[in-house]
Design a protein around this ligand. Structure first.
Ligand code: NAP
Ligand code: MG
Length: 499
């Protein structure tokens, strides 16, 4: 079994305690590799290395173009390892090999390239309006890195999330300490190997695997850390924000969701039904922007539901390493218990179980649950308000579109959502009324490395991806150059001198 190591200050090493932990394949519950369990001391060493490397300024002081050139070497190494990353991602997190081959590995690696190229091309000099009255001055903004960033990531898209934290932090000139989720550290550790091979200055990139409750608080409270970027649950987000507040760290938080899929009467039903199913059941529902509340007009309700039940039969649940499988297990026993717990809650709340709700009978091992649909759901039920993070869809009926929008927005979350309609201008108007960070029209889940992604309300703070996301890894410095040559004409001259 492969035994992975931490990467601190340019060197691979074990945890100080020597402790390791196996990671498990959720498809068959078999261990696949050993990973160090880092403690507070290891985390502190990683933070100190990141601090020292940032303060020395080798990386931060390079031109964005030179940093991009170094990082493109990482991209090339990742590209050569694409098939291995896809396989490892599937084994570690239970994603289908279909998904990791078509998405996690190639798209994650492509996002690395796109973020590096975009970040490398953003100007560090931003002109401000010329000031010539009453005193002539030249003003501009200098974009600077923030310093030491901590990246804390979840288990649902482990490789992609490692890329989304690492590429922006590094291209904008920061140092980073990355903490993967305990259940899925392996592909982030492969990213560390690629970075080691590309020979970045020591301390610029560090990775610490260990428990969120030990490594997390150190990253969020250590005064040497300037920024924390978390993708995780809203509960962890609140915690991180609270811990980071003592030293007033910058935070970006990508948190939970309960996103609405709004179907209009004039929607192409084939596209709307498949889109709603994809929006919910992709990666067994373990996606933060999943469209877990499908809001359907009464006038087409029966037709829509009949088609949905027919189409759900085309989702093939099974061994995630089999290319024919389109839906795998959830990530862990804990997550499986959460999901089945919510199915019980839905039944107790009086929602109608249309299909699913059990363990698939043909899977003896692994953390599997059938794709599950409830209808007759009211938006105030717990299954419509709380994030389940599993393959459970709540269908809600509406009569008037204003009522549908009210329900769509009646949530503490605001991450994603969709409108399905043939009338695109109307769909755009409605998309503007949905209070979430992304709305797809006649589509779902497609994230674009050049477009901002993030949450309204309790779905998060700040944005990732695109120029908006990259600039979250910079500080804005105003530089004012006074051009008045004559001392007596300086603006301050008469304030404290009385000559
Ligand atoms: P989680 O429990 O919040 O964990 C996320 C990360 O935070 C993990 O690395 C975890 O470490 C760490 N962590 C746990 N406790 C911590 C603490 N006290 N201080 C600092 N870090 C701590 O979330 P999850 O269960 O892994 O992921 C599922 C959740 O993430 C869902 O709610 C989902 O909506 C959200 N999510 C959001 C997005 C988005 O972009 N908005 C994307 C993906 C997922 P351990 O693994 O060691 O516990
Ligand atoms: Mg695992």
């Amino acid at each position: 079994m492969e035994r992975y190591q931490l990467f601190i200050d340019g060197k691979f090493c074990d945890a100080e305690s020597g402790e390791t932990r196996p990671t498990v394949n959720p498809g068959n519950e078999e261990p696949i590799a050993l990973v160090p369990v880092a403690g507070k001391g290891d985390t502190r060493r990683a933070i100190e290395a990141a601090r020292r490397s940032f303060d020395e300024g080798t990386w931060a002081g390079m031109s964005p173009k030179d940093r991009a050139a170094k990082l493109m070497k990482v991209f090339q190494i990742l590209k050569d390892k694409e098939a291995d990353i896809a396989e490892l991602e599937s084994k570690d997190g239970g994603s289908t090999i279909r998904k990791t081959t078509m998405m996690d590995a190639p798209v994650g690696i492509e996002h690395f390239r796109l973020l590096v190229e975009l970040g490398g091309s953003l100007p560090t000099y931003e002109p401000l309006p010329w000031v010539d009255f009453p005193f002539v001055s030249w003003n501009f903004v200098n974009r600077e890195p923030i310093g030491v960033c901590a990246g804390i990531i979840p288990w649902n898209f482990p490789f992609m999330m490692a890329v989304w934290k690492t590429a922006p932090a590094l291209i904008m000139g920061n140092s980073i300490v990355l903490k993967p989720a305990s259940d899925t550290p392996l592909t982030a550790l492969e990213l560390a190997k690629a970075i080691a091979e590309a020979d970045l200055p020591p301390g610029v990139f560090n990775i610490v695997t260990g428990s969120g409750s030990v490594v997390g608080p150190e990253l969020c409270t250590n005064p040497m850390v300037d920024k924390v970027a978390l993708t995780g649950s809203t509960e962890t987000g609140r915690n991180v924000m609270r811990m980071a507040s003592d030293t007033v760290k910058k935070v970006t938080l990508e948190l939970g969701g309960k996103s609405p899929t709004l179907v209009l009467e004039d929607a192409d039903l084939d596209i709307a039904v498949d889109g709603a199913l994809f929006g919910t059941f992709f990666h067994a529902g373990q996606v933060c922007e999943s469209g877990t509340r499908c809001i359907v007009p009464a006038s087409i309700y029966d037709k829509f539901m009949a088609k949905m039940v027919e189409r759900i039969g085309h989702i093939k649940i099974g061994d995630p390493q089999d290319f024919e499988t389109t839906m795998g297990p959830v990530v862990s026993k804990t997550q499986l218990d959460t999901v089945t717990g919510y199915i019980d809650i839905g039944l107790k709340e009086g929602a109608n179980l249309v299909c699913g709700g059990r363990r698939p009978t043909h899977m003896e091992k692994g953390f599997f649950v059938e794709p599950t649909i409830f209808d007759g759901v009211r938006n105030d039920m717990r299954i419509a308000q709380e994030e389940i993070f599993g393959p459970v869809l709540s269908v809600i009926r509406y009569d008037e579109v204003d009522e549908a929008i009210r329900m769509a927005n009646d949530s503490i979350y605001g991450l994603g959502g969709a409108v399905f309609s043939r009338d695109v201008p109307r769909a755009i108007d409605l998309a503007k009324r949905i209070r979430t960070g992304t709305v797809w029209i006649n589509d779902y889940h497609l994230l674009n490395a050049l477009a901002p992604f993030g949450g309204y309300k309790q779905s998060g703070v700040g944005r990732e991806l695109g120029p908006h996301g990259l600039l979250e890894y910079t500080q804005v410095k105003h530089i004012h150059v006074d051009l008045t040559a004559d001392r007596s004409k300086k603006f301050w001259y008469n304030y404290i001198f009385n000559d």
